[in-house]
Ligand binder design. Structure first.
Ligand code: WQD
Length: 343
């Protein structure tokens, strides 16, 4: 049985990917320092899969503690590296935290791969590496623009490190997955986005407003050059994203990769505006949303959505969930997590 290490495994995308990996027969452990995740995620994973996952609450910046996990639980056939700080706004206020956490963490994982003989790495990258893309939909060949934030910069630097490392260090092969806008929750309603700090992404802000945790939400600008003036994004259901990680892992484990470092866009190729997303929520859930139009948010790009042809052809990936599925699953999760919190 090939054993996999998932870093950031109790986070939003990490936990849904663990569920998908377990359902596909993988054996795995998680390293998650729980700085933006809750230990109770283990209960959600067990409720859905019937399996109990071991998480090591280790900070990847602590190389010795990270090596101890490799000594105890290795060898690993592959690593899926989610662990990173991910809030665009926070990264502008605390750039040093983001460069240290996201880059030292990656470098320590690479040191461990070399010392303990792990060859395969899947890296969480982001559409933010494209900045204000000059062509739409973006393909993997679309030139990266200046990052709009230190967060986006750490993803560009992470990609550059891996491109260089795989060229100069034999035996390490990587896949870089550029996520567009992950959203939604596990269809069972038993796991979903449950950030330790205040949500800032659109879909959780919508569901928190609808359930009454926020009086109203703000649409950050309706004066963009788009069909209704609000920004366009490519919302991808978290379970579609999870499935892509399993396929990428199998791609590397079976040696089907064509280069030592390959990049894939993971979006569904549909641009949805903020106002259309709100309309999809209201239509799908029957909930009226209280929102106001406000000023633009610094760092927002006007529009970005993906061409995912490469992932379809090389990984055999296809998205199966729509914006309506995202909204209905997110709402189901919000109701459940609010119920649990008040129990
Ligand atoms: C989406 C749209 C906002 C909240 C970020 C990261 C990106 C990736 C996904 C990790 C924008 C608008 C939002 C609100 C609003 N992360 N909005 N009111 O910024 O596109 O992408 O998350 O990989 O790297 O940058 O996501 O959900 O914050 O915003 O109007 O209260 O919703 O202006 O147009 P974003 P988001």
């Amino acid at each position: 049985m090939k054993k996999i290490l998932v870093t950031g495994g109790f986070g939003y995308i990490g936990s849904h990917t663990i569920i998908h990996l377990l359902d596909n027969g993988f054996d795995l452990v998680s390293i998650d320092d729980l700085s933006n995740a809750k230990d109770s995620v283990a209960d959600n994973i067990e409720a859905i899969t019937g399996k109990r996952i071991t998480n090591y609450p280790v900070d990847l910046k602590d190389l010795e503690a990270t090596k101890d996990v490799f000594r105890k639980e290795g060898p690993f056939a592959g690593i899926i590296h989610f662990a990173a700080s991910k809030h665009v706004g926070e990264s502008v206020e605390k750039p040093l935290k983001y460069f240290r956490n996201n880059l030292v963490g990656l470098l320590n994982v690479l040191d461990c791969m070399r010392e303990f003989g792990t060859e395969n790495l899947i890296f969480s990258s982001s559409c933010s590496v494209y900045g204000n893309a000059t062509e739409l939909p973006v393909t993997e060949a679309t030139r990266r623009q200046e990052a709009e934030s230190p967060y986006g910069r750490t993803k560009q630097m992470g990609e550059d490190i891996l491109q260089d490392v795989t060229k100069n260090i034999p035996g390490i092969t990587t896949v870089l997955l550029r996520y567009f806008n992950p959203a939604g929750a596990h269809p069972s309603g038993l796991n979903g986005e449950d950030p330790a700090n205040k949500a800032s992404n659109l879909v959780p802000v919508i569901t928190e407003t609808a359930i009454g945790k926020r009086k109203e939400m703000t649409v950050f600008g309706n004066d963009y050059d788009t069909r209704d003036g609000s920004c366009i994004r490519d919302y991808i259901h978290v379970m579609d994203l999870a499935a892509a990680h399993t396929l990428a892992l199998q791609y590397l484990l079976e040696g089907r990769n064509q280069e030592s470092c390959e990049v894939f866009n993971l979006g569904i190729g549909e641009g949805v505006t903020v106002l259309e997303a709100i309309q999809a929520f209201e239509k799908t859930t029957g909930q009226k949303l209280n929102y106001a139009i406000g000023p633009r948010r610094a760092g927002d790009v006007e529009a970005i959505y993906a061409n995912y042809k490469k992932a379809a052809e090389r990984l055999g990936w296809q998205p199966h969930f729509s914006i309506d599925d995202i909204m209905s699953s997110a709402w189901k999760w919000e109701q459940r997590r609010t119920e649990k919190a008040s129990a």
